[in-house]
Design a protein around this ligand. Structure first.
Ligand code: NAD
Ligand code: ZN
Length: 252
């Protein structure tokens, strides 16, 4: 394991283009449960599909009730040691930026500026009717105070939804295209805290490999791509990233 950490640090130092790819696992140490953790906000609720949200006022109410409750956990969360290391690597130009499946915005709070959010963000809402975009805080506050599902402040009648990708909704094509650009040019990708089972998340590291780059996986459990990883680092993410960062000091 110590040898693996040293190897990854060497690759990181030598790589001219490194992509950091993250899933829910990087944020569990900030107190936000991943998809599969028992009792997490994600598992307590009925899934509301995008088309149901669009056509049903009662589904929109249920959605806003779910999100207002989950918001408390979100708002209280702060970046952890793992997020800090990734922000530091972007600042030092050790990595190009972060491609994330997360919607919690913690990478940006930690200091990353180049962040591609494949699943959008829970820190904003968008109007499905006029596409205006708003900060989520006042809208959640309004919903809590009035009990009424908020309507778009811009067009005044539009349906507001968190700026996240719902089940049954397309991923933003511009973000996905950029992610593929980064991965095509990457000499190295670190896939951190993602189960790497669902696409397109699982396809991005495969694309790096096909384009001649290396894959390093950080996860405490098995992932869908362990068989093609150049190195798999098994363990907690904050500790593993801190160990790589420490080893990096010896090679650059
Ligand atoms: P996932 O839950 O399928 O996978 C998370 C992975 O991280 C798992 O393999 C788990 O074993 C591992 N893991 C968790 N904590 C870890 C730790 N401390 N150290 C090492 N490994 C750890 O998540 P996913 O693949 O990202 O897919 C779930 C989807 O649900 C996401 O794409 C996202 O859109 C949404 N989601 C987002 C958040 C968030 O924004 N923080 C949280 C939950 C779910
Ligand atoms: Zn609107």
């Amino acid at each position: 394991e110590a040898d693996d950490i040293a190897q990854v640090a060497k690759w990181l130092a030598a790589s001219k283009s490194t992509v950091l790819f993250t899933g829910a696992g990087i944020s569990t140490e900030s107190g936000i449960p991943d998809f599969r953790s028992p009792g997490g906000v994600w598992t307590r609720y009925r899934t509301i599909y995008y088309d149901e949200f669009c056509r049903s006022a009662s589904a929109r109410r249920e959605y806003w009730e779910q999100k207002a409750e989950a918001h408390t956990e979100f708002a209280a969360a702060a970046p952890n040691a793992g997020h800090q290391v990734l922000a530091d690597w972007e600042t030092r130009q050790i990595a190009r930026g972060v491609i994330t499946q997360n919607i919690d915005g913690l990478h940006q709070i930690a200091g990353n500026q180049n962040v591609l959010e494949l699943h959008g963000t829970a820190r904003a809402a968008t109007c499905l009717d006029c596409s205006a975009r708003f900060d989520i805080e006042p809208l959640v506050a309004e919903f809590r105070a009035s009990g009424q599902v908020p309507l778009c402040p811009q067009c005044e009648t539009g349906r507001l939804k968190h700026a996240t990708v719902s089940f049954g909704q397309m991923l933003p094509t511009d973000v996905l295209e950029k992610a593929y650009d980064w991965c095509g040019e990457a000499e190295l990708i670190l896939a951190i805290g993602s189960s790497l089972i669902v696409t397109p998340a699982a396809d991005l590291p495969v694309y790096v490999k096909r384009s001649g780059g290396r894959i390093v996986i950080l996860n405490r459990d098995e992932t869908g791509l362990d068989n093609i990883a150049d190195v798999k680092l098994t363990g907690g993410i904050g500790a593993t990233l801190s160990a790589i960062n420490a080893a990096l000091a010896g090679v650059i």
